[in-house]
Design a protein around this ligand. Structure first.
Ligand SMILES: Nc1ncnc2c1ncn2[C@@H]1O[C@H](COP(=O)(O)OP(=O)(O)OP(=O)(O)O)[C@@H](O)[C@H]1O
Ligand SMILES: [Mg+2]
Length: 364
């Protein structure tokens, strides 16, 4: 890359993080705009002032951080301070890390470079983790309460129930145990998706055949055949993907269309070439297979559409755990694909995902 692309003139004010630099005397020479925002202090008063006065940080026990860490004194091998949560007067929290710049190893500190970040982003993730745990605990508790209730009742009053009653109770316990198992499997998928560790084992895929197989399964489970309309239009010659994962996607979308939707469920499979525009990245083209699942139910309200793919979102009381579509999106995206929701002609919900034709694993 050439040096003349504008980067050479990068200004401290361009940085998204707070930046404070002190010279070899410990006087502040840089105090960028983000630092002003994060600390609530003005650069005007900070520049030229001693670091410990411009940035009077304290640790959570109220000890003065600059005295504690003593960047200019102390061991000459220290290269800085790892990120810490510190406080400014007035109780403002900041994430601080520092680097001591020396001209040569072991030499005196020439500059102290401090980066500052607000704690809101970390707070937000912490809060969302706490919410996730609360929701998971709640979801697990209701089936387990029923398992515990029925087994305790059976154990305490075994003789008082007839075989039919016992069977009903055991069936409930059995179904609830399945629900817990399924929930845990979904949670494991979610943690893999969130950690970016969802493994995709690509094999040859026949999406049309997979759709037919799923529909047959639904029919075998007692849903009238007339409710399904499969339309296959010249899918690409070769499509690669993880068959088990794609099965999960199809199962979830069909289950939703049957459970939350109404009328005929139309499933279209065909070749696709879609241009995907995501915020913050350049548009890219996905060439492969598109699968569209539409139904004739009430659909999903326009204002709720951006939320359907978030975890635990459910539109009505009839909903399940609200994890299905989150997992579906995670799997499609792990394949490099894209999924979108829209409104079907009759007003029902329409989900369309596109998988890139892909290359087999052994060629990667
Ligand atoms: N075809 C559809 N028609 C109308 N609403 C739908 C449709 N598909 C999904 N929804 C709405 O979106 C919500 C989220 O769907 P999602 O599959 O994520 O969860 P769920 O079906 O409630 O539970 P599960 O985790 O068992 O799949 C549903 O609760 C439902 O309100
Ligand atoms: Mg679902």
């Amino acid at each position: 890359m050439g040096g003349d692309d504008g980067l050479a003139t990068l200004e401290p004010d361009d940085l998204p993080d707070g930046l404070v630099v002190a010279d070899e005397q410990g006087r502040v020479v840089v105090f960028n705009r983000a630092a002003e925002r994060i600390t609530g202090r003005s650069a005007h008063f900070a520049i030229g002032v001693a670091l410990e006065r411009a940035l009077p940080l304290e640790d959570l026990d109220g000890r003065r951080w600059w005295q504690l860490t003593d960047p200019y004194g102390g061991l000459a091998v220290r290269s800085g301070q790892p990120e810490r949560n510190l406080l400014l007067p007035g109780g403002r929290e900041v994430l601080v890390c520092a680097r001591y710049v020396r001209e040569r190893p072991g030499g005196p500190v020439r500059r102290v470079v401090v980066s500052l970040r607000g704690t809101e982003a970390r707070r937000r993730t912490e809060r969302s983790h706490a919410e996730l745990i609360a929701t998971v605990a709640h979801e697990l508790r209701s089936p387990l309460t029923s398992v515990k209730g029925f087994t305790a009742t059976l154990l305490a009053k075994w003789e008082r129930f007839n075989d039919g009653q016992k069977r009903v109770m055991l069936e409930t316990v059995d179904a609830d145990a399945d629900r817990v198992t399924r929930l845990i499997a979904e949670l494991l998928d979610i943690s893999r998706i969130d950690a970016g560790r969802l493994e995709i084992r690509r094999q040859r895929l026949d999406l049309a055949a997979a759709v037919r197989r799923h529909v047959q399964g639904k029919v075998a489970a007692g849903i009238p055949e007339e409710r399904f309309d499969i339309r296959v239009a010249a899918p690409p010659a070769e499509q690669w993907g993880d068959p088990d994962k794609i099965d999960q996607v199809l199962a979830n979308l069909l289950e939703n269309a049957v459970r939350h939707g109404e009328g005929t469920v139309t499933i279209e499979v065909g070749a696709a070439k879609d241009v995907v525009e995501a915020a913050g990245s350049p548009p890219r083209t996905i060439e492969g297979t598109a699968v569209t699942v539409s139904d004739q139910g009430a659909g999903i309200a326009e204002e709720a559409m951006p939320r359907v793919f978030t975890r635990f979102w459910r539109g009505s009381k009839r909903g399940g755990t609200g994890l299905g579509l989150y997992i579906v999106k995670g799997i499609v995206e792990a394949h490099g694909g894209v999924i979108r929701i829209s409104r079907a002609e009759g007003g029902g919900a329409r989900f369309r995902f596109v998988l890139p034709a892909g290359v087999p694993d052994f060629m990667l």
